[in-house]
Design a protein around this ligand. Structure first.
Ligand code: NI
Length: 230
């Protein structure tokens, strides 16, 4: 499941973050690429321990911890600290799959990457190209979102970023381990969650609908109990 989470950050937060990111020291993104992706990766990244990365990263994580759509869709268990990249002057990232296991920097803790996230910090009008193209069983999805919006997609997907031919594309990217490893199970829970919320909203005051809602909420939690890994 590929899902857009709109307005993770407000316009003010995006502007504040952009100031910090634009003033930060960027390094060649190949320094963190794996054996396979070093051949196709051409961008800039903020290095580990960059103050701007830490500060904006905390802003993102704080916003996500209060975002109901993100929490319902991702059912996050552990989130890696957000990283940042910048593409300009024709830079791109060829087709690849993200590493399955990543170590949380500065710790011995490893996480399984179930979901990949990209949060946009540049408006689509600011640059040409720079689409994130994600391949899934239904075909290729092309993603280029307004600043402050985020896309979540299964880390199992092949994906690439098309060349940025004008302006600069600035994004945060990160991974998370979900309580629900399987994308199909996670999608079912998300659909059920949305249906229960819609039922509660549309049939408020209808006794039978309310009882059905309670029963379905029970089904949701019992499925979560069966499938969740912590
Ligand atoms: Ni990737």
């Amino acid at each position: 499941m590929l899902i857009t989470i709109p307005e993770v950050l407000t316009a003010e937060q995006v502007a504040q973050a952009r100031q910090m990111l634009d003033a930060a020291e960027w390094v060649d993104g190949r320094s963190t690429a794996g054996y396979q992706s070093v051949k196709s990766k051409d961008n800039l990244q903020l290095p580990d321990g960059s103050p701007a990365a830490r500060e904006v990263g905390e802003m993102i994580l704080a916003a996500l911890s209060k975002n109901p759509l993100f929490l319902a869709a991702a059912l996050p268990l552990r989130i890696l600290p957000p990283m940042f990249n910048r593409y300009s002057g024709g830079q791109s990232f060829g087709t690849h799959v993200d590493n399955a296991i990543r170590q949380i920097p500065g710790t011995q803790q490893r996480i399984r990457t179930d979901l990949s996230a990209t949060l946009f910090f540049a408006a689509p009008e600011e640059y040409d190209g720079g689409e994130l193209r994600v391949e899934d069983t239904y075909g290729v999805k092309s993603v280029k979102l307004p600043a402050g919006h985020m896309v979540l997609y299964p880390s199992t997907s092949l994906h690439h970023v098309t060349p940025v031919t004008r302006g600069a594309r600035v994004c945060s990217f990160f991974w998370l381990q979900s309580m629900i490893r399987d994308d199909g199970q996670r999608s079912l829970l998300f659909d059920l969650d949305l249906s229960i919320q819609r039922l509660a909203r549309d049939l408020k005051g209808n006794l039978v609908a309310e009882q059905t809602g309670v029963q379905l909420t029970g089904v949701y939690h019992n499925l979560l109990r069966q499938w969740a890994e912590m």
